[in-house]
Design a protein around this ligand. Structure first.
Ligand code: RM4
Ligand code: MN
Ligand code: MN
Length: 387
């Protein structure tokens, strides 16, 4: 790919930010409140719009229900449009209610399963009102002790709940099925890995696809291999990007392991799946516990762009030749040359061609926007986990 083609792909890239990244968050030890935090879904969307205005590649924002519950979702979608963005994936929440102590859709009690599925179906209705095409599912379901519940019965309940939800979706909607290997359940998790997610998706039908959250794997897992496998099956619908040192840390993508992010993006590039038309959604799923939220989201978007630009910089002709010749070192060198390319000047050029400032972090700092929201957003309660 020549530089013009690379710049065109980068300018067309689409990275979705999550509404929950703009609210206060923390660990189970402490949530450190920050000034200027949105007090409702409207203000979160306004913050996401700031990220889009400065980066040019973050035109949608994911919402989480009920964290972002409002009276009128059509009105919320109009607010997003007025701000120059749109509402992206709708994420139901079946993990913050006392009823869900033993699980939601896999709970042994049919009344609680009913409540959970009703919420999933409610979120389909919300997605229709916001114009969203993605229903993004993650379940905290699982058990803590061997014998606590039947692993097989829980799979049956999961399949039944997913089936009812799938059938309630309109034709244009896609279900994303996310997995995570542990937490909050510590013995067995009902959707622990990509294989289990994929099996459920295959049983459901073509509009059920897997979502890969980069923080949801055991240390050392070769995530790009999962990505390649799911792409081959046409069942990779999206990512939740973040980075981890230990568990589901939800730190800024590309901060802990920029090379791992590059390897994932290189699989995406080789499959021709970078552009929005390819149907793979690049979403962030992060929390900024100690750093400022908006600039952290901007930095995260830039980190994804840099990994993508490096992946696009790999000389595929040289790589193919090296592979065909069985030249291991030359093949590896071709990939590493891409990774070691300083793509920051290229991305600065992309932004200038899009009419943006070349350095979005500096542009945010210079904008004075932080002072404005700190002064405006007083009173009310700051949004946060569970709010
Ligand atoms: C989970 C998972 C989900 C996210 C919640 C907040 O670990 O990553 O995608 O919605 O956290
Ligand atoms: Mn996630
Ligand atoms: Mn997570």
């Amino acid at each position: 790919m020549d530089s013009n083609e690379i710049r065109a792909v980068l300018a067309a890239q689409h990275i979705e930010t999550p509404s929950w990244a703009y609210g206060n968050s923390g660990t189970r030890f402490k949530v450190f409140a920050q000034p200027g935090i949105p007090r409702d879904a409207y203000e979160k969307i306004s913050d996401a719009a700031v990220v889009h205005r400065l980066t040019g590649v973050a035109p949608t924002v994911a919402i989480h229900i009920p964290w972002d519950a409002v009276e009128d979702y059509g009105h919320l979608a109009q607010h997003a449009r007025d701000e120059g963005v749109a509402i992206g994936a709708v994420n139901p929440n079946t993990f913050q209610d006392d009823d869900y102590r033993l699980g939601s859709v896999c709970n042994p009690d049919p009344a609680i399963r009913r409540k959970a599925v009703d919420h999933l179906v409610e979120c389909i209705g919300i997605a229709e009102q916001t114009g969203s095409t993605h229903l993004s599912l993650w379940f905290a379901d699982g058990t803590n002790y061997p014998g606590q519940d039947s692993i097989r019965a829980r799979q049956d309940r999961l399949a039944e709940a997913l089936r009812e939800t799938y059938e309630a979706m309109p034709e244009h909607m896609t279900m994303l099925v996310e997995y995570k290997f542990f937490e909050p359940a510590f013995y067995s998790t009902d959707l622990p890995d990509w294989g289990t997610s994929l099996l459920h998706c295959l049983h459901l039908g073509p509009r059920a696809k897997v979502l890969v959250d980069t923080g949801h794997h055991a240390p050392g897992t070769n995530i790009e291999m999962i990505v390649a496998t799911l792409l081959r099956e046409g069942r990779l619908r999206g990512f939740h990007f973040n980075s981890r040192f230990y568990a589901d840390d939800d730190l800024m993508v590309g901060a802990a392991d920029p090379f791992g992010l590059f390897r994932i993006m290189f699989e995406i590039v080789q499959a021709g799946a970078v552009t929005p038309e390819s149907g793979v959604a690049f979403m962030l799923d992060q929390c900024h516990n100690i750093e400022a939220k908006i600039p952290a989201q901007i930095r995260s978007v830039m980190n994804v762009q840099e990994a993508t630009a490096k992946a696009l910089s790999v000389d595929l002709t040289a790589l193919d030749a090296a592979r065909a010749a069985g030249d291991v070192l030359a093949a590896n060198a071709a990939v590493m040359d891409g990774y070691n390319t300083d793509v920051r000047p290229l991305l600065a050029q992309v932004r200038e061609e899009m009419g943006l400032e070349p350095d979005p972090v500096a542009a945010y700092a210079a904008s004075g926007h932080a002072d404005t929201i700190n002064a405006e957003r007083v009173g009310g309660s700051a949004a946060g986990w569970g709010a």
